[in-house]
Write a protein that binds this ligand. Structure first.
Ligand code: IMP
Ligand code: MG
Length: 186
């Protein structure tokens, strides 16, 4: 694979503003963990990380959970690197048999909702006994037709802007930025 071109991403990065710093995001994740510790305590769920975006949220969240759980992942992408949503692309399905299991899908952001509705449908087809979803960020916007309306667990509510950091990327970059940043498009 050739080296990705960083020039467009670099330009975009110069025009960003931090809206939630590390402390705020960490506090939001701890709150989600507290809620999960109550709701999921005796359910022995499978936590499914939606790769790649949710990986940072997943790590910081799961280390604060105090009940028995299993971890697996799915890899599904919608935005294929840029700013606009395209169709859903499955890269990897979970390894654990989800039949009769309680499943909690962990996502970075609920935007149009089509990614999570596709993941939910997949889980229901696998015969899960109960489905939950958690998102670090809920974008406050109308969902697309057929999109998942809301997640059971939400870290932060943010208006409809393009964001990077804490798992969120532009062209695959900036997932490691230690806060949530808005990209100024004007
Ligand atoms: P949805 O299907 O429209 O809800 O899109 C969700 C997926 O799109 C997420 O898993 C993200 O990967 C990506 N996405 C949505 N909004 C943003 C954003 O503001 N920045 C970066 N990625 C985003
Ligand atoms: Mg994602």
């Amino acid at each position: 694979m050739s080296k990705p071109d960083f020039s467009e991403a670099k330009k975009l990065h110069e025009n960003t503003e931090c809206i939630f710093d590390k402390k705020v995001v960490e506090a939001a994740i701890s709150k989600v963990a507290e809620q999960m510790n109550e709701v999921l305590a005796d359910k022995m769920p499978v936590l499914l990380c939606v790769m790649n975006g949710a990986v940072i949220f997943m790590v910081q969240l799961t280390t604060q959970l105090n009940f028995p759980l299993l971890i697996d992942y799915i890899h599904v992408t919608r935005y294929q690197g840029g700013i606009e949503g395209r169709e859903i692309h499955w890269v990897a399905e979970p390894n654990i048999d989800l039949k009769d299991r309680v499943v909690v899908v962990i996502e970075d952001i609920l935007d149009g909702g089509l990614t999570l509705s596709a993941v939910k449908n997949f889980c229901l087809e696998q015969g899960v006994s109960e489905f939950f979803s958690a998102t670090l960020i809920n974008k406050e916007r109308p969902r697309e037709e057929g999109g998942l309306e809301k997640c059971d667990f939400v870290g932060l509510n943010i208006e409809d802007k393009f964001l990077i950091g804490y798992g969120l990327d532009f062209q695959g970059f900036f997932r490691n930025d230690p806060g949530i940043y808005v990209v100024n498009t004007d």
